[in-house]
Design a protein around this ligand. Sequence first.
Ligand code: SAM
Length: 174
Amino acid sequence: MKEIVVLRLGHRPERDKRITTHVGLVARAFGSKGMLLASKDTGIKKSLDDVTARWGGTFFLKNDINWKREIKDWKNSGGKVCHLSMYGLNLSDISHEIKTANKLMIVVGAEKVPPEIYELADWNVAVGNQPHSEVAALAVTLDRILDTDPLKHDFSNPKLEIKPMPIGKKVTEK
Ligand code: SAM
């Protein structure tokens, strides 16, 4: 897998700030290139840009995008689209196929997603067929489909870096 972007649909600035920020943090921490946000929320962009400035890497956040246009352009450039939905095929049964994509857009909803997304996606994928969280669904999906361990992802030019310790906290500042 070379390139992953996450598309967040249905973000409501008045109630989804924290969870959308967490979707972006997981996307970044597990090695995605960036997140497309189909709503206008400059606060989310600022939070994620701040994290990237301090903790490194080149994660981007594109705010207020037209999701249909982004999906169309992505597919026209050879990318595949995986929509996470509890109604889809179980990830355990389909991850081998998703792994073959060189470019993958992972779509996560907030409120009810537009029905069209089920047709546009190459795969509608359930992280188990029970309702839970987009943050958990994204983390498990990235862990299952990446060829390299997303927990060991390297970030370029960090200002802050954690030295893992059995007890206590050690952070180096550059
Ligand atoms: N009620 C909404 C609906 O029926 O579409 C779903 C709300 S759910 C909290 C928000 C998002 O979490 C969904 O759009 C989906 O992307 C993700 N999600 C929740 N449970 C999931 C599951 N079991 N598998 C995959 N994605 C899931």
